[in-house]
Design a protein around this ligand. Sequence first.
Ligand SMILES: Cc1cc2nc3c(=O)[nH]c(=O)nc-3n(C[C@H](O)[C@H](O)[C@H](O)COP(=O)(O)OP(=O)(O)OC[C@H]3O[C@@H](n4cnc5c(N)ncnc54)[C@H](O)[C@@H]3O)c2cc1C
Length: 323
Amino acid sequence: MDILDLVIIGGGPIGLACGIEAKKANLNYIILEKGCLVNSLFNYPQHMTFFSTSEKLEIGEIPFVSINPKPKRLEALEYYRRIQQSFGLKVNLFEEVTDVTKEEEIFIVQSKKNKYHSKHVILATGFYDKPNLMNIPGEHLPKVKHYYNDPHYYANQNIVVIGSSNSSVDAALETYRKGAHVTMVIRKEHISPRVKYWVKPDIENRIAEGSITAYFNSCLSAIENDKVHILTPNGPLTLPNDFVLALTGYQPNFDFLRQLKINLSEDDLLIPEHDKSSMETNIPNLYLAGVVCGGMNTHLWFIENSRIHAKQIITHILTKEKG
Ligand SMILES: Cc1cc2nc3c(=O)[nH]c(=O)nc-3n(C[C@H](O)[C@H](O)[C@H](O)COP(=O)(O)OP(=O)(O)OC[C@H]3O[C@@H](n4cnc5c(N)ncnc54)[C@H](O)[C@@H]3O)c2cc1C
């Protein structure tokens, strides 16, 4: 039986960063990714601009050159693909991990294609696969999208954008500029203060001038094929509607974390238990890396501040092996 030193679950930027450090340390590792390389980034809106400058998204100390200070999604795809290729990182794509169990000191990592035995496992599975649902009637209709891709699709359509995060604001502005009739439904009384500082005035001015309608302190109560029902401070409202962009955020796969017996905090944040310096979970030799660490607090970690997890974990593994 072949026993690996390390299985890394997730081929996002942070899974790749872990792969680089594992390779530098001569560990026998494999990265298992359920989709394409940097699958989450691939599924981001097509024309998205990162809020980080490119050097903050670098991994393995390899410069990320971009045309403008803040790179676009396409530039990030080029960068991370070149990283994987030039380091020769071992990544199995389109191979989803379905279970991880431990027998004596060895992990058995079960994927849809294969079974691996490993001394250590890193979970770098991100949070982009599970949208936060509104749990309202009609949410299952095909016209309700939790992922936004390209504005052209919505030209001349009546669309409702839920929320006022960066994703919602980008979608509202882009679709408005391609001729959609945009209504924003926002739970809070203002646009999120986290919206990129160079975009915030744009959305506020479009709302102030009436180009985009916004209902603050409001929420959707039901969706039908050709209309939506909104609860506003001035009473209920029904609007004709073709599409709903429910960009209500995402959450880690908590079922998977529970299945792996990782403890979650008992508050609403469901933060998976881990040591802040080694990133080791309550299961010895099972580590967390990247944005999955934040639980429901998906604003806590991003590439910028979680790429260091890779070095923390590999240093811990090497120190334990020596000791
Ligand atoms: C629209 C948007 C814009 C963002 N902009 C920025 C920014 O400007 N700067 C910044 O620092 N951060 C930004 N973030 C946050 C951060 O970029 C992402 O969350 C980033 O992708 C995190 O990297 P990660 O490797 O931890 O997770 P991910 O990139 O999500 O990678 C996790 C990977 O694990 C895979 N996976 C999941 N489950 C399994 C399984 N069971 N088996 C195998 N593979 C699995 C997924 O397919 C995915 O590829 C942004 C996030 C979003 C949503």
